[in-house]
Design a protein. Structure first.
Lengths: 200, 78
């Protein structure tokens, strides 16, 4: 299908891998496609940002939904210092006996899978290098983006079609983030299709 | 800590933003320490009952929270 993909569409797919790596996730999910769209200089990227979906907000929503949080930073250390706790000292003492403290301790296994959340997407202990695979859901989204292009009689698959694919798939983490942000899916689909017609 | 830093710390500790941030950070630190210390106790042969007593919670609670997850202890000083 990629022989029909536009440069912008390819760039979004490539950036989705970067987004997964940035979040230290082991697979490229629908949420990374959404992040890549939000960060992209494309029409659908603009539509999403107009709805208040910035990289920061989407990243925060993903972390919250997956139950992972960024490590304690400078501001946390300063806040703790203000109440008399020296974070560096605490961490140094722990390290002395146990090695580095994991501030996202692994949660107990979930009772069942929901919304396509996978445990293996949570922060691994080692940094990620090399190839990151697509999840079945994000593969499905890419297939759907091709189908959307065919349905709309578009010659090339563009960034718009990825967004249409995400909206069509409707069950992954990206869909959950969109729903939580109060996005009107039908309206967004209409405006995305409109942006394709204008481009044509 | 010099006088200026001390004054800044004293002033900022009445700021809710700083105070609440400290609470969140403390919770996270406590959660991480709990996971680590439970793993350490298990590695040293403590029973769930003993750990529960030390934490002041029920054996069921500590078992549910900590038994199914991978260990947090990354290195051991032997």
């Amino acid at each position: 299908m990629f022989e029909r993909a536009s440069t912008a569409m390819r760039a979004v797919v490539i950036d989705a891998q970067e987004q997964a790596r940035r979040l230290e996730h082991r697979a490229i999910g629908t949420e990374h496609l959404l992040l890549a769209l939000v960060a992209s200089d494309t029409q659908p990227g603009g539509l999403l940002r107009e709805l208040g979906l910035t990289t920061e907000r989407v990243t925060a929503a993903i972390r919250r939904l997956l139950g992972t949080r960024p490590p304690l930073g400078e501001e946390d250390a300063a806040a703790l210092r203000a109440i008399g706790i020296d974070l560096d000292e605490v961490l140094a003492r722990i390290q002395e006996h146990f090695g580095p403290l994991d501030l996202n301790p692994p949660p107990p296994p979930p009772p069942r899978r929901r919304f396509g959340l996978r445990r293996n997407r949570q922060s691994p202990t080692r940094p990620l290098t090399g190839h990151i695979p697509f999840t079945p859901r994000s593969k499905k989204v890419l297939e759907l983006s091709l189908r959307e292009a065919v349905r709309l009689d578009n010659r090339t698959i563009d960034a718009e079609h990825i967004l249409l694919g995400l909206l069509r798939e409707g069950e992954g983490l990206a869909a959950l983030v969109l729903a939580e942000s109060g996005v009107d899916v039908d309206d967004l689909r209409r405006r995305t299709e409109e942006s394709l017609r204008k481009a044509a | 800590m010099d006088n200026a830093t001390e004054a800044a710390t004293a002033a900022s500790s009445s700021d809710p933003q700083v105070g609440l941030r400290a609470v969140v950070a403390l919770h996270r630190l406590a959660d991480a320490l709990e996971a680590l210390q439970v793993d350490n106790a298990r590695a040293k042969g403590w029973s769930w009952q003993q750990i529960a007593e030390a934490l002041g919670v029920s054996k069921q609670a500590v078992h549910k929270k900590h038994s199914g997850r991978p260990t947090t202890i990354t290195t051991r000083r032997d």
